[in-house]
Ligand binder design. Structure first.
Ligand SMILES: Nc1ncnc2c1ncn2[C@@H]1O[C@H](COP(=O)(O)OP(=O)(O)OP(=O)(O)O)[C@@H](O)[C@H]1O
Length: 270
């Protein structure tokens, strides 16, 4: 029986009225104007927008790394004032994010020291995370002994070891070849299904944005607002060949492309 007085659960992450400028005086430049969106638990939200729209700036603000000028950012209802324990980040530049003098296992266990976990627990969490990304056999290798795609999987494992509720990724697959990129896309979809993690992922790649998402947030050009939130009703089972050949996928890709092009043209005053 359903209750007529049921309450709506608060979103996992909510962003409202987010504005951010850089510089001062005549050099002041507003990048984010009034960004607003929500991410529900279990969502896979992707974010696209014209180059320079402020996607990285936005991720830094909502992960507590950069103070916004104004805005209300909440994780599980609590205002974000610094990097929240329930959020983990993965950036594009995996080669700079891994410590070359530490093994794969060391790279995943090391940041867990800040969580006050005992050595045994740090190692068991790290091994579990490495297994989740298929790298259990590479634990003793060093970053320079493994491929770029494997290095990015280490970065993902390091984020998973925090046991985050939400994984925030900034162009995470931009530096790997197309085949590896497809494998990593399927890896994160699998992690969402198996571990129930919520994802927020910024990408320049429209195919990737649609393939991964439950919803695609399209940003305008700077000063940036949200132009559209496009629902992606393609079901949970995605396949690199079959899903991308579906007419609904092709239509969604065109829709997102048209929205980004319109935003870029508006920005250029065309
Ligand atoms: N620390 C900073 N100081 C001054 N300006 C900055 C700073 N960081 C970013 N900017 C400027 O803010 C704008 C948005 O940058 P940002 O990297 O957030 O955009 P983006 O959408 O992620 O870019 P891209 O699409 O190229 O990845 C750019 O014009 C950039 O030059």
């Amino acid at each position: 029986m359903t209750s007529s007085t049921s309450t709506t659960a608060a979103p996992l992450l909510s962003v409202a009225g987010l504005a951010k400028s850089y510089g001062t005086g005549a050099d002041r430049r507003q990048v984010l104007a009034d960004v607003e969106f929500v991410v529900d638990t279990g969502d896979f939200l992707t974010i696209v927008g014209p180059s320079g729209a402020g996607k990285t700036t936005m991720l830094r603000c909502l992960s507590g790394l950069l103070p916004p000028d104004t805005g209300d950012i909440r994780l599980s209802g609590t205002p974000v004032g610094g990097p929240p324990a329930e959020m983990a980040l993965v950036f594009q530049d995996y080669s700079r994010s891994l410590l070359p003098w530490m093994s794969v296992l060391g790279n995943v266990t090391f940041p867990l020291r800040s969580r006050g976990l005992r050595a045994g627990e740090r190692e068991s969490r790290a091994r579990e995370a490495l297994a989740a990304v298929g790298l259990e056999a590479s634990a003793r290798l060093y970053p320079w002994q493994i491929s770029g795609g494997m290095q990015q999987r280490v970065a993902i494992a390091r984020a998973l070891a925090y046991e985050p509720k939400i994984l925030v990724m900034d162009e995470p697959f931009a530096s790997v070849d197309a085949q590896t990129r497809a494998e990593l896309e399927d890896l994160v979809l699998g992690l969402r299904d198996r571990l129930g993690i919520t994802f927020l992922l910024v990408t320049h790649d429209i195919d990737e944005a649609v393939y991964l998402a439950d919803r695609v947030v399209v940003l305008s050009g700077a000063p940036t607002t949200v132009t559209a939130v496009v629902p992606v009703d393609l079901g949970r089972d995605r396949d690199q060949v079959d899903t991308k050949a579906r007419p609904e996928f092709v239509e969604l890709r065109s829709q997102v492309y048209r929205l980004i092009r319109a935003a870029a043209q508006q920005k250029d005053g065309k």
